[in-house]
Design a protein around this ligand. Structure first.
Ligand SMILES: *[C@@H]1O[C@H](CO)[C@@H](O)[C@H](O)[C@H]1NC(C)=O
Ligand SMILES: *[C@@H]1O[C@H](CO)[C@@H](O)[C@H](O)[C@H]1NC(C)=O
Ligand SMILES: *[C@@H]1O[C@H](CO)[C@@H](O)[C@H](O)[C@H]1NC(C)=O
Length: 406
């Protein structure tokens, strides 16, 4: 028993170490060419990450979905989750304003109908070699830094990183929003374009954060699709955290919705709009951060993997984020149209709500005074906010194709 636990700790340290190695490798621009030792390390990691499946599915999108024993998923390799009791259901589901009948109808196209995992197992997208190499690579690019200022102090290269978001700086234990789906063009595998909600806490060096939304990320998924995308870290991406289920952390509970899920159909300019409701909130009794996707409980990030986010958070933002190499023309954000074009044309996030305290069991409107818009390149990507009877909303995005100076 003791030996088994130690083994898990070693795995965790290995995974963490590899992040640092690859970050270094990336900095010297050699991340594409791996040495034989690195290749072997990669193979070893893939064996650790991809748990033996009970059953597997090949999807029309080219993914392999493994049904893994819920008790044997990667999350439990995390050293703080040794004797973790899986939380099969949220203690309470915080109420929001969203019209449920509308939600179910709109989410239907995204729920994979043909993936049926045997009882006691959960669907997990299989991590490929390329995924792993690139996941480490873009992680070092400061993904999931709600603000550039956080990243600057950590020494990450964020010259090609831009965002257009609504920020809320105040105590929260949950956030939710309805995000509409687009499929912006990214020009190469070193660019990404995302639309997300970020929750964070702690000082810049040790920032804890979780984000959820959709991403077009050719590096991560080797395609141009918009996919359900998450990221977490407990130390500003120094040695903890990852996308989706690339490292021990997120506990998958849903038998239907998995991280990395392709979101197809997407909205069309001046045509039908498609959206998803996402929420992350800290469970009333366990303190775990629960992920809901259009009112379906997907799983959670255990309280035990965080430091400052063990007891709430103090920052949340909603909107768009892009990254490209400084030498490239920047990718599109959102619908590739500016916010001033409005509904049906620009990307939106609506029904923006927060839970201020764990003792209040529902969502409410964020305090107006703590909301502010942030964009670092408004000529290229912009954001506007407003309020309607469903609460606060933003339109954001832009055509990209900009060049920036270092
Ligand atoms: C919810 O949406 C449905 C379908 O769009 C509509 O028929 C219903 O009136 C809405 N309910 C409320 C309370 O807004
Ligand atoms: C992604 O889209 C670009 C252009 O929009 C295209 O050149 C490329 O082949 C696509 N890649 C994949 C993997 O679909
Ligand atoms: C992007 O900008 C370049 C020049 O900077 C131009 O040649 C190209 O046509 C532009 N592309 C789009 C899609 O606007």
């Amino acid at each position: 028993m003791q030996a088994a636990l130690e083994f898990k700790q070693i795995i965790f340290i290995l995974l963490a170490t590899f992040c640092v190695i690859s970050l270094y490798a990336e900095q010297v621009q050699e991340w594409e060419k791996l040495s034989q030792e690195e290749e072997m390390e990669l193979d070893r990691q893939l064996k650790l990450i991809n748990k033996p499946p009970i059953k597997s599915f090949q999807t029309e999108h080219g993914d392999i979905i493994d049904c893994v024993d819920i008790y044997k998923q990667l999350a439990f390799d995390h050293p703080t989750l040794k004797n973790h009791a899986i939380q099969m259901k949220p203690t309470t589901i915080p109420k929001g304003i969203r019209n449920e009948s509308e939600t179910i109808y709109k989410s239907m196209p995204y729920i994979p109908g043909n993936i049926r995992c045997p009882r006691g197992s959960v669907p997990i997208r299989r991590t490929t070699r390329e995924d792993l190499i690139m996941a480490k690579h873009i992680k070092s690019k400061g993904f999931n830094h709600p603000r550039k200022s956080h990243a600057k102090t950590s020494g990450l290269d964020l010259a090609g990183y831009h965002s257009a978001v609504l920020e809320y700086e105040n105590r929260i234990v949950g956030g939710r929003a309805t995000i509409n789906i687009w499929n912006p063009v990214v020009n190469n595998a070193k660019q990404y374009s995302v639309s997300s909600m970020w929750i964070a806490n702690g000082d810049a060096e040790k920032m804890n954060s979780i984000s959820v939304g959709w991403a077009v990320n050719r590096a991560l998924y080797s395609d141009n699709k918009s996919r359900l995308n998450t990221y977490w870290t407990a130390d500003n991406s120094h040695s903890t955290g990852c996308f989706n289920t690339f490292c021990p952390g997120f506990v998958q509970v849903s038998s239907k919705i998995f991280l990395g899920l392709p979101l197809d159909p997407v909205s069309t300019y001046n045509g039908p709009q498609f959206d998803i409701a996402v929420s992350i909130s800290q469970d009333f009794s366990t303190g775990n951060w629960m992920l809901m996707f259009s009112d379906i409980y997907v799983g959670y990030w255990p309280k035990a993997i965080f430091t400052s986010m063990a007891e709430g958070a103090n920052f949340i933002s909603w909107g768009g984020e892009v990254y490209s190499m400084i030498s490239d023309l920047s990718p599109q954000m959102g619908s590739a149209h500016f916010p001033e074009e409005g509904y049906g044309k620009a990307a939106f996030v609506k029904q923006i709500q927060v839970i201020p305290n764990i003792d209040l069991s529902g969502y409410g409107d964020p305090d107006e005074h703590s909301l502010k818009l942030y964009r670092d390149a408004p000529h290229c990507y912009d954001v506007e906010k407003g309020v309607d009877k469903q609460g606060h909303y933003i339109f954001f995005g832009g055509p990209g194709n900009c060049t920036f100076q270092v």
